[in-house]
Design a protein around this ligand. Structure first.
Ligand code: IPT
Length: 961
């Protein structure tokens, strides 16, 4: 169908979705019809504006030999072809005057010549497909204009058969960075123009279907599946040999099947055979409904352990290759994640094939966000302006038609953060009419008028609890309220994974377990969008000189940009583990609960191990009866005795995403009384030439600070309360409470002064009295250090008493000191191997760990507090020969070591700004402040807040040699 444009505006500024293209249809990879990829090297020319009338480049014979070359798929701003990436979260990077865009509208002309293989085109039609072009394109083939389109992350096809020649075909594509479509694509991500997904020529043989729709429902009451494949534009047969199915297209057939679930992604290979084309099908039988106020798949309530996934690669932006897509999904499966929301646009279509195969529940979200209108009180919002409705419906149709044949897709999402409006209702109506077999999601409208479920982002735990009890604040409209109150609940976004964090995951999970209405959520988000940068390592907003930007808010993922898991992902894996292993301490046994929704425990082996002070004492297989979903059993541990007992659930067989032995879930319990170090007492201090010697410690007599422990120089040992504020400490700009970073600085916690009031050497040791406080204010911390020794070991007892009024929690409370750089090898018995904080410590494994100080750092893209190890009983820092220092805690402590100070960490804006100096700085903390999720959500829960109050803590130091 050919649409025309309103004459007043150029095509890229009018509200039309496009012209000249074909109706959308399903995407599929498995077909015997020919196809030719037009990916590869193209010629490229960048112009600063869109106004150019010069279309001569599209004519055959145009000499583009002087042009640059560019890789397709790709973004020109990431290929050194001119321009630069730009990041904004909510604000549009151009004046908001819809549908107009600025004169400065970078325009990329792309040109590619190609020959056809022998026999091409055959007896039929040929279609040219673009899987993704940001933000719009106008297309010519052999000098003939095919049309234009908007809708960046959606497919667009043109019929081209009659225009093709055997040799020297010229495909010309003009791409503008900005178009009216940009108003509909205000997602929180980099603005990255270009032909960023595949370009393909597809043969459409005579007798091939125009489109097909696989309906494969499952009836849990009798275990039957019903298959019906609608086939448009051709007759055909549907074959599923394994099920003995051989029926005409359009005909329904019911047989006994194994259902598809994310846990058991059972696919049946089949074929749609039409006169012109054979299409491979992978059929998964499943049904999704809302019933009794719950989302039920195959009759059962499901719990979403989800993530929001943007398409991202640090070098190629939103051009994501097949191996990377698979890598994402394998990492998700390995970390117990069972659901993906394709925030905030349909992903590369091949991604959904992989979701079908590996097993993930998918919320497929339309390419739609108009968040920037929130700053205008939503005035002019396109989703509430009928003139935009054709564009919205076009987007809905392109998503649904493209992705309708995937078992994994169970929910369609209208888009993200668009406020409310009639256009959304029109989309929902259309989607329901076309595909009544899936649910509709939209978060942005509190009335839920267009949705089948109640979805929220970043609510507090307290609010989730209310919702769980169906006791949330009512809507003003009683009818809408009743309707919403009867709906199932999920969080399409929660637990903002920006920088260090998110904290508070376990507490959400307990609510999902307690309230059936709370069907889980999707952590924001999967991966940090840090772009590889020669100077900064990974760049974020502002690093490309953007006029408006939102800094490192674009780095808020569970993976670092290079796809190494962050501690947040390790924590999430533990928190959402589908098997719970809980010690029953008195009984010397464990309670094992199957938390899967569908799978029994037959795919798991269980094993136990026993360690004393981190050293292995015994291990073996644990006999656990096969557990149905929801079932649990108490299993005795095979031996008794003090120490740490661990039980692990591991894969019994290789899977597509992890090998046999992969740990799915674990639990630990500690038996016997914790070991506390014996007091170091008895030695007397000796004074000599400005120094005091006490056992292995040597002190500066004037200040009372230690200068040496045995042979090891010690620098600057003192009370420390400062940490380099995390993104969560700083909090979101729009959430004024609990912006602790700013409040700490205001108080001066980053510039505490230490005043020595007394250095008292007595018969039983050395007492140093001090007061620690920032300039300009009254409150302070009265701090004393009591040193004792037994000749070999040096004891330190610290007492802290706050004076004055403390209105903010402390970042940390403990001591810090410096050791020479050579002491860079750490060993400890306590939580590990990775970092942990009070509300992010579920995944911390109690054991004996060893690694270099360098390996103890967590490489957050924007440097900030990181690397603490939880529940540490003793820690050692040694040089290559094993000489160094050992510290034992009077009680478990937090252990951090780094080659820079907290002040240097705080000052750095990128990892590359951190330089190792001559000192290893060690923090031994009695307590630390929790992390929370305040960078975009709830802050630190009260139980994890470190309020200033009187405290005493102690360590025993031993020189190692
Ligand atoms: C929410 C957005 O949906 C998401 O795209 C992202 O920006 C996220 O926040 C934060 O990183 S919107 C937020 C203002 C609640």
């Amino acid at each position: 169908m050919i649409r025309t444009h309103a004459p007043a505006l150029p095509w890229y500024e009018d509200m039309e979705p496009g012209s000249g293209g074909l109706e959308p249809r399903a995407w599929y990879a498995d077909s015997d019809a020919g196809r030719i990829s037009l990916n590869g090297e193209w010629r490229f020319r960048l112009s600063p504006g869109a106004a150019t009338r010069d279309e001569s480049f599209a004519r055959p014979g145009f000499d583009a030999s002087g042009w640059a070359t560019i890789g397709v798929p790709g973004h020109w701003v990431l290929q050194g072809a001119g321009g630069a990436p730009a990041y904004t979260n909510v604000v549009y990077p151009f004046p908001v005057d819809p549908p107009r865009v600025p004169d400065a509208n970078p325009t990329g002309d792309h040109l590619r010549t190609f020959d056809l293989p022998a026999g091409w085109p055959g007896d039929g039609e040929v279609v040219l497909r673009f899987d993704g072009v940001e933000s719009c394109a106008r297309v010519w083939l052999n000098g003939r204009e095919l049309g234009d389109f908007k809708g960046s992350r959606l497919p667009h096809e043109f019929s081209v058969g009659g225009l093709l020649r055997a040799e020297g075909n010229v495909l010309a594509v003009r791409v503008h960075q900005w178009s009216s479509g940009s108003y509909l694509e205000d997602q929180d991500q980099w603005w990255l123009p270009g032909i960023f997904r595949d370009v393909t020529l597809l043969e459409r043989p005579r007798g091939a279907p125009r489109d097909f729709f696989v309906h494969a429902g499952y009836d849990h009451r009798d275990g039957s599946g019903t298959l019906r494949v609608e086939c448009e534009g051709a007759g055909g047969r549907v074959l599923v040999p394994e099920l003995g199915i051989d029926v005409a297209a359009g005909e329904a057939v019911t047989v006994a099947v194994e259902p598809w679930t994310a846990e058991t992604p059972r696919l049946y290979d089949g074929e749609l055979v039409t006169p012109g084309e054979r299409i491979g099908l992978r059929v998964g039988f499943r049904s999704v409904v809302v019933e009794d106020g719950l989302i039920r798949v195959n009759g059962r309530r499901v719990l979403f352990r989800g993530v929001n996934r943007h398409e991202f690669h640090p070098e190629t932006g939103r051009t994501v290759d097949a191996a990377t897509m698979r890598r994402d999904l394998v990492l998700m499966k390995q970390h117990n994640i069972n659901a993906v929301r394709t925030s905030h646009y349909p992903p590369h279509p091949a991604f959904l094939d992989l979701c079908d195969e590996l097993g993930l529940w998918v919320i497929d979200e339309c390419d739609l966000e108009t968040h920037g209108f929130s700053g205008l009180q939503w005035h002019g919002n396109p989703v509430d302006d009928e003139r935009w409705t054709p564009a919205l419906l076009d987007r809905a149709a392109r998503m649904v038609e493209r992705d309708k044949n995937h078992a994994s897709v169970i929910i369609w999402s209208l888009g993200n953060e668009c406020g409310t409006g009639r256009g959304l209702s029109a989309m929902a109506r259309w989607i329901r009419g076309r595909d009544p077999e899936r649910l509709v999601h939209y978060e942005g409208d509190p009335s839920c008028r267009d949705a089948d479920l109640y979805s929220r982002m970043y609510p507090t735990h307290a609010e989730v609890e209310l919702i769980g009890r169906r006791a949330e604040e009512p809507l003003a409209d009683a009818e809408a309220d009743a309707r919403r109150r009867a709906m199932p609940f999920l969080m399409c976004e929660y637990a903002h994974a920006m920088g260090n964090g998110p904290g508070g995951l376990s507490e959400y999970q307990r609510l999902f377990e307690r309230y059936r209405r709370c069907q889980g959520g999707f952590v924001w988000e999967w991966i940090d969008h840090g772009l590889a940068h020669p100077e900064h390592g990974f760049a974020y907003g502002g690093d490309f000189g953007e006029e408006l930007h939102d800094a490192n808010f674009v780095c808020d993922g569970l993976l670092f940009p290079d796809r190494t898991p962050s501690p947040g992902l390790t924590e999430y894996k533990k928190v959402v583990e589908p098997v719970r292993i809980e010690p029953v301490a008195e009984a010397g046994s464990v309670r094992i609960t199957n938390g899967y929704d569908f799978a029994n425990s037959a795919h798991l082996d269980f094993e136990w191990s026993h360690e004393v002070d981190g050293a292995p004492v015994g291990s073996g297989a644990l006999d656990v009866p096969e557990l149905a979903p929801g079932a649990s059993a108490e299993v005795p541990l095979p031996m008794a005795g003090a120490g740490v007992w661990s039980v692990r659930a591991v894969l019994a067989r290789d899977t597509a995403w992890a090998g046999r032995g992969h740990v799915v879930a674990w639990g630990q319990t500690e038996a016997g009384a914790p070991v506390v170090p014996a007091a170091a007492v008895g030695a007397r201090p000796e004074r000599d030439a400005g120094l005091i010697t006490l056992g292995p410690g040597v002190f500066d007599a004037a200040t009372g600070t230690p200068v040496r422990l045995g042979a090891v120089p010690v620098e600057g040992l003192r009370l420390d309360v400062w940490r380099a504020p995390t993104d969560n400490d700083n909090g979101a700009a729009w959430l004024p409470d609990e912006q602790y970073g700013a409040r700490w600085r205001e108080l001066g916690l980053h510039r505490m002064q230490h005043r020595t009031d007394a250095v008292e050497a007595g018969a039983d040791g050395l007492l140093v009295r001090t007061r620690v406080a920032p300039a300009g204010v009254g409150p302070g911390l009265r701090t004393s250090y009591r040193w004792t020794a037994d000749g070999e070991r040096l004891g330190l007892a610290v007492s802290v008493v706050p004076e004055g009024e403390w209105r903010v929690p402390l970042p940390r409370l403990g001591i810090r000191f410096g050791l020479p750089a050579a002491y860079g090898a750490a060993r400890w018995f306590g939580g590990g191997p990775g970092e942990a904080y009070p509300d992010t410590r579920a995944a911390s494994v109690l054991g004996r760990w060893g690694m270099s100080v360098d390996e103890m750092q967590t490489p957050y893209v924007r440097p900030q507090e990181n690397g603490a190890r939880a529940g540490v009983r003793w820690a050692e820092l040694a040089d290559g020969s094993g000489a160094g220092v050992r510290a034992e805690g009077g009680a478990p402590f937090w252990f951090t070591a780094r080659r820079w100070t907290s002040e240097q960490l705080d000052a750095a804006e990128h990892r590359t700004g951190l330089r190792a100096g001559g000192t290893v700085w060690v923090n031994l903390d009695h307590a630390v402040q929790g992390i929370g999720s305040r960078s975009c959500g709830p802050g630190v829960l009260p139980e994890y807040r470190l309020d200033a109050r009187a405290a005493e803590f102690s360590f025993v130091f031993t020189p190692l040699n």
